[in-house]
Design a protein around this ligand. Structure first.
Ligand code: ADP
Ligand code: ZN
Length: 554
């Protein structure tokens, strides 16, 4: 897209400078704008802080009509509109919490022939529930005044992502009703599976995908075994490395947030808690204090963060294991948005893993009330949601238990990126460890893993294969009767993380391939391990030796 000369190219440059006050475009911004202005559906994966907003706000300024933006949170929307109004761009939003008369006035303006608004923001449930809004959009469309539809935080469409919002599922209606209006879907987090799910749910056609590296060079990563005195450790870490600086401590539960905040206050930090059970005004208050630097540490559940634009967050601490690598990457991404160095520290214990696992199970049970026999669909679906969530969590466990490989590499592999770990420049704990690594022959383990994948008929995920190999007797393992396989438990004696490293190595070497599997019955997407026969034959016949480097003590 870069070398084409479009009729709007000059105008873009002008607006970027004069209206948005930017000296130039950031990577991909201009290409994305060209693609959407050419009328294509576009899917954008760009890390937080990459500059996604400009890719639709700028086109909105130079196109005739009103650009519709779907965004998940009213607080996010208000923040965006404030910035737009400051730049003299006319924008508004509609939400259920607004006075009826105010809504009426906005609708009247939208229906008028010379509507002044360039952007209209709405939350997804508004699209699903408001016939008045749909009618208004239909009228704009009929008058050729609906140039573009934006789906912000598009990963919320997918149940397989870490932040599913049911209201996003209804957005498929937009493509049906407004087939000639291009859609631009934006997210800072999506694996191949999530992307496919989003594209399918929204009904995007021949969509152009932009994907930017997820590496955040200014963040450092480490995982620390979680001890009983974890809070003392956290206190010490902050005082030694980030005294009086701004940071977030992510906690698992509401209780944890309050407990951790209280303890940190005792240690003399300006800390507060933030979670979903507080009412809106309490949360807004904490957020305000934080942005004004009146408090500098927020102990929060994952409810805190979306739309947090504080540039000088110097550390993100995970007090417990996060639910997925995607979620972890995004939560860490709230640190160092100003490009300056920032630390991400995760406190890991196996006990927390068990705790999170139970939380996942009970939250899925709550979401799916027991059905009366005939609704087989729902039961199967919740089973798959459970498997996906468990898989996500198990990947996180492997990440934490891996004390050899570069943390950046481990994260980026997850997003399908290649990364040379020498570029980490020792900014993760594993790269920093100065210790001797010795080469070890793991060919036998590799063979067993490939055979195991074959014996499960190549229908299961990496995390599941690992569970079976380690001899797990979990509900899911039993459901598929995998405890009866010959190689069930064959890897029991191995060190923590060893099997997972070998398995992942086989994927990077293309002996095994992670393939997106579509379940046509329910339209769900998960990724499963397949055997690449050509390469696997070399391994199984003994022509290929697999070695990995391990710390010399093992
Ligand atoms: P994202 O939505 O991808 O997290 P934003 O759209 O909020 O990122 O942009 C992050 C910051 O970068 C904002 O402060 C924005 O003004 C700034 N920004 C975006 N594009 C440019 C650019 N081309 N030049 C300079 N600053 C930019
Ligand atoms: Zn590293």
């Amino acid at each position: 897209w870069s070398n084409k000369n479009f009729s709007w190219t000059k105008k873009l440059e002008y607006y970027n400078k004069k209206v948005f006050g930017n000296l130039s475009f950031r990577p991909n911004q201009e290409e994305i704008i060209d693609a959407t202005m050419s009328g294509h559906d576009v899917f954008v994966l760009m890390p937080t802080g990459g500059g996604k907003s400009l890719t639709y706000q700028l086109p909105a300024c130079i196109c005739r009509g009103v650009t519709l933006v779907i965004s998940p949170l009213v607080s996010l929307i208000q923040d965006q509109i404030m910035h737009l109004l400051q730049a003299n761009i006319s924008a508004t939003y509609l939400s259920a919490t607004m006075e009826w008369s105010e809504q009426q006035e906005i609708l009247r303006e939208l229906n008028s022939d010379c509507c002044k608004f360039k952007l209209l923001y709405v939350t997804p449930e508004k699209v699903a529930k408001s016939d008045v809004l749909l009618g208004c959009l239909e009228s704009l469309y009929a008058r050729d005044l609906l140039p573009r539809i934006i789906i912000d935080e598009a990963h919320c469409v997918s149940q397989w992502g870490h932040d599913f919002r049911p209201d996003y599922l209804g957005l498929g209606i937009l493509k049906q009703k407004f087939p000639t209006t291009p859609i631009l879907a934006l997210t800072a987090t999506a694996t191949a599976c999530v992307k496919e799910d989003v594209v399918r749910t929204l009904g995007l056609s021949n969509c152009i995908v932009f994907r930017q590296s997820f590496n955040r060079p200014n963040l450092s990563y480490s995982v620390i075994p979680k001890a009983k005195k974890c809070l003392e450790d956290i206190d010490k870490f902050i005082k030694e490395n980030h005294f009086d600086e701004c940071g977030i401590v992510y906690c698992l539960s509401r209780m944890d947030c309050e407990k951790v905040a209280e303890k940190l206050q005792e240690y003399g930090h300006k800390a507060a808690f933030y979670h979903g059970s507080m009412d809106t005004s309490e949360r807004a208050y904490v957020q305000k204090q934080w942005s004004k630097d009146e408090i500098n540490i927020i102990c929060a559940t994952v409810a805190f963060g979306m739309g947090i634009n504080k540039p000088d967050v110097r550390f993100v601490i995970h007090h417990s294991i996060p639910k997925s690598i995607e979620g972890y990457h995004q939560e860490c991404g709230r640190a160092g948005r100003d490009g300056q160095p920032a630390s991400c520290v995760l406190y890991y214990s196996y006990a927390d893993y068990i705790r999170v696992k139970h939380m996942i199970i009970s939250s899925i049970m709550e979401q799916t009330p027991p059905t009366s026999g005939c609704n087989h669909n729902d039961v199967t679906n919740s089973g798959m949601v459970l498997e996906t969530n468990t898989d996500n969590l198990l990947q996180m466990v492997s990440y934490c238990e891996n004390d050899v490989d570069c943390r950046r590499l481990l994260q980026l592999v997850h997003f399908g990126e290649k990364f040379d770990s020498t570029n980490c420049q020792k900014t993760c704990d594993n790269c920093l460890k100065v210790r001797e690594l010795v080469e070890k022959d793991v060919t036998e383990i590799a063979k067993q893993l490939v055979e195991l994948v074959k014996s499960t008929r190549q229908q299961f995920s990496l995390a599941h294969i690992l569970e079976v190999f380690r001899g797990s007797l979990s509900q899911i393992v039993k459901k598929h009767r995998h405890e009866t396989l010959r190689l069930h438990g064959a890897g029991k004696h191995l060190l923590k993380g060893e099997a997972s490293r070998v398995l992942r190595h086989l994927v990077t070497e293309d002996v095994l391939v992670e393939e997106v599997k579509k379940s046509d019955l329910y339209g769900t997407v998960i990724s499963v391990l397949k055997v690449n026969e050509a390469k696997a034959t070399d391994l199984l016949s003994g022509r290929k030796i697999v070695t990995l480097r391990f710390p010399s003590s093992s």
